[in-house]
Design a protein around this ligand. Structure first.
Ligand SMILES: NC(=O)C1=CN([C@@H]2O[C@H](COP(=O)(O)OP(=O)(O)OC[C@H]3O[C@@H](n4cnc5c(N)ncnc54)[C@H](OP(=O)(O)O)[C@@H]3O)[C@@H](O)[C@H]2O)C=CC1
Ligand SMILES: Nc1c(N[C@@H]2O[C@H](COP(=O)(O)O)[C@@H](O)[C@H]2O)[nH]c(=O)[nH]c1=O
Length: 336
């Protein structure tokens, strides 16, 4: 794909994207051998890039998208939008259509130099994500956990911090009825503390795990991990915490376009503080955990003043079983 071409398109339309509340999306089709089969180009005013096999169209409604996709034969599809609802819709559409499931070459996301980042956590009514002893499985009820597995299914990767791995020993797989896809697992672990017997490093796991570390780590351990089929990426510094921008950039270069961040509290704060997320799902369950030392959903050092705090918009409240899932997105500058 010609990134420069796409970037220039994005820049040209940025103003329009931001100003319209029903922001349009554009569809980029990379088509087999330059042929658009069974498809009337004029219908969507497709623009063709001279140097590549890319066709671009600006779309305003989902119906047209359905029509267009049904007629195409083996396209690679990139749907870009500044509107997360559209991304959700498009993800849903492709997941429901077996033809596109097979293609597995669909990218729905924002045009950025990093993956599209979704934060998700399950907390008690009093904002705790674990008890003081670290017991956390599970705070969320069965139905909201299914929702989280749907999120896992629709993201390319899932990221957690090393403490979560060491305390929870998670699987981080997608467990849904019927066909589903496991995300690539990503762990931030500066000192490579991860135990080789962790479930996410077991060979029974289908997708690989990428561990980000700092420069000085035990190379023998790195070898053992890579022999199991996983990857260790050492950032060229011993600075702590690991540089999230760099981590995200590397993941994007590896073809990871969307990433779910599932904790814990320290990781959440890092993403929030640096503004490196696009949406957040907070699942609230009707239980109270209490305890000064029990982890809250977001910790780290926290913001000093309310002025500095992270402002969000509530977009949606979803009821799943006895839980409420709140979807929120970062408030854009200038919003009230
Ligand atoms: N209910 C829920 O939804 C969830 C609950 N949890 C709970 O959260 C708890 C763990 O949370 P917590 O202790 O905060 O630990 P985290 O899982 O957030 O891991 C934090 C560690 O990650 C490493 N790290 C590396 N780079 C970064 C970075 N840029 N930003 C932040 N951390 C980085 C650091 O260790 P180092 O310096 O060694 O690299 C840091 O101490 C567990 O009890 C778990 O059960 C976790 C997830 C979800
Ligand atoms: N406990 C908890 C969550 N925990 C997250 O899920 C991970 C466990 O995944 P798995 O081993 O695949 O089931 C755990 O390490 C943490 O990242 N998430 C939620 O939505 N709600 C919950 O109540």
């Amino acid at each position: 794909m010609n990134k420069e071409f796409i970037n220039s398109l994005f820049l040209r339309t940025k103003k329009q994207f931001i100003e319209r509340s029903d922001s349009p999306y554009f569809l980029i089709l990379e088509v087999d051998q330059g042929k658009l089969n069974y498809y009337k180009i004029n219908e969507l005013n497709l623009i063709q890039d001279r140097d590549t096999d890319l066709y671009v169209s600006f779309l305003y409604d989902n119906l047209k998208l359905n029509e267009c996709l049904k007629r195409l034969n083996k396209p690679r599809i990139y749907i870009m939008s500044s509107n997360v609802e559209i991304i959700d819709y498009a993800n849903q559409f492709f997941l429901d259509d077996p033809r596109f499931k097979e293609l597995n070459e669909v990218y729905c996301g924002l045009l950025k130099h990093r993956p599209y980042v979704t934060l998700s956590f399950g907390m008690s009514l009093d904002g705790k994500i674990a008890t003081r002893t670290g017991d956390s499985k599970y705070i969320s009820g069965q139905k909201s956990r299914t929702f989280v597995h749907q999120l896992r299914n629709s993201h390319d990767a899932i990221l957690v911090g090393i403490n979560t791995v060491m305390i929870d020993h998670p699987l981080l797989t997608t467990r849904l009825k019927g066909q589903s896809k496991d995300p690539i697992k990503v762990v931030l672990d500066s000192d490579l503390k991860i135990d080789l017997n962790e479930p996410i490093l077991s060979q029974l796991n289908h997708t690989k795990t990428i561990i980000f570390t700092s420069k000085s780590v035990d190379f023998d351990k790195v070898r053992k991990i890579t022999e199991k089929g996983h990857e260790v990426i050492s950032l060229d510094t011993d600075n702590k915490p690991l540089d999230l921008k760099r981590v995200l950039q590397i993941l994007k270069e590896k073809g990871i376009h969307s990433m779910l961040v599932e904790g814990g509290s320290t990781i959440h704060f890092s993403f929030i503080e640096s503004g490196l997320f696009d949406r957040l799902f907070s699942t609230i369950s009707p239980i109270i955990i209490g305890g000064m030392t029990a982890k809250s959903a977001v910790e780290g050092v926290g913001f000093e003043t309310l002025k500095e705090s992270c402002k969000l918009d509530f977009n949606k409240v979803i009821k799943r079983g006895s839980d409420y899932i709140i979807k929120a997105t970062p408030r854009k500058e200038g919003d009230i």
